[in-house]
Design a protein around this ligand. Structure first.
Ligand code: AHG
Ligand code: MN
Ligand code: MN
Ligand code: MN
Length: 337
């Protein structure tokens, strides 16, 4: 078989996978615009050190975080491309306090996009892998304009979700509810080519991934859980600790190698009693991917994708990865009520 004939471009697989409900060109067009956005962001990320696009803009976002130029760049690229798609009704971005509507001269579509334009941005200057996370929902309200409820849907309503990781190579990992596929950008072709068909997360792992520097801020349940993972026991592997500080990178390793990534509630910042990670554009999309790959995602008390959102930038604790390690976290939560 000629090598070229084995190449599957993401758009080809997508058209095969989509359920009837999303088989319309609208969804494919939307995802295509997201793919173009990622190619543009990837190009800027790889040359960030050479042009004046590192560092800070001087503003702070709704999260209270200093906004980096690449955060803003990635946000602007996606907003612009989504308007071109003509199939978005409203968007929610980490970098905008409020829902983002389409410009007046752009017809509104039937989809809702929630996204983290650049995840792990504190690592940009150190050339550590960063990413873009996306979650796609169908608009539920009638009428042309959106209602807040269109954005505040629980994770099990997602139509598609995934991420791009800008690392040694640029990859796209997504699900539309028919398993998880991974694609690697071939810069010489300019296309995302299927490199990881039908990703399955190992049922048990040997890696735990959490910011151990926050140990003193964690609840007894979390401390007991992490101590258990580290306790020598002939029935358990010796776990390694790996923590990159970019959720997309930490999750991508967890998806492929197994184990657990967690960011629990902590007492470090009274403003953020539920931990740092955002439900709508970080936890829900990665939870959908994890579950579709045979893994799990929990707050410790409940399935992430069953949390009923009450605000756009709501934060939740998260344990995500191999089913064994996530269910173990839930056991420690139940025992330490
Ligand atoms: P973002 O760059 O989109 O604001 O997200 C950063 C998040 C996430 O990527 C990572 O897991 C977490 O911040 C790391 O937080 P700590 O530095 O508190 O561990
Ligand atoms: Mn941020
Ligand atoms: Mn993020
Ligand atoms: Mn971000």
């Amino acid at each position: 078989m000629a090598p070229e004939s084995g190449i599957t471009v993401v758009q080809h697989l997508l058209s095969q996978q989509l359920k009837h409900g999303e088989a319309t060109g609208a969804f494919t067009r939307l995802l295509n615009e997201l793919i173009i956005s990622a190619k543009i962001i990837s190009r800027e990320v790889t040359k960030a050190g050479l042009v004046d696009i590192l560092g800070f803009t001087g503003e702070r976002n709704v999260q209270g975080e200093q906004v980096r130029k690449l955060d803003e760049f990635a946000h602007d690229v996606i907003c612009h491309r989504m308007a071109q798609s003509r199939h978005i009704c409203v968007m929610g971005s980490e970098e905008d306090a409020d829902p983002i509507e389409m410009p007046d001269n752009v017809e509104k579509g039937e989809y809702v996009l929630l996204f983290d334009p650049l995840d792990g941005s504190s690592n940009i200057d150190a050339n550590v892998s960063i990413g873009t996370i996306f979650s796609i929902l169908r608009k539920q309200s009638t009428g042309v304009d959106y209602k807040m409820g269109d954005l505040l849907q629980p994770g099990y309503k997602q139509v598609a979700a995934g991420y791009f990781v800008y690392g040694a190579s640029t990859m796209m990992v997504y699900t539309t509810g028919n398993g998880v596929s991974g694609f690697t950008l071939d810069p010489s072709v300019g296309e995302f080519l299927l490199s990881h068909p039908n990703i399955q997360i190992p049922p048990k792992g040997k890696i735990f991934s959490g910011n151990m520097g926050y140990w003193r801020y964690w609840s007894p349940a979390v401390k007991n859980y992490v101590e258990y993972l580290q306790k020598p026991d002939e029935n358990k592997p010796v776990y390694s600790c790996r923590y990159i500080g970019s959720m997309v990178a930490d999750f991508h390793r967890t998806l492929l190698y197994g184990g657990v990534f967690f960011y629990p509630a902590d007492t470090k910042d009274p403003q953020k009693p539920h931990g740092k990670l955002r439900l709508l554009y970080e936890c829900n999309p990665l939870a959908y991917v994890a579950e579709q790959a045979g893994g799990a995602a929990s707050t410790g008390d409940m399935r992430i994708m069953e949390v009923q959102p009450d605000s756009l930038h709501q934060r939740v604790p998260i344990f995500i990865g191999s089913r064994h390690e996530v269910e173990l976290a839930e056991k420690f939560y139940a025992e330490n009520k």
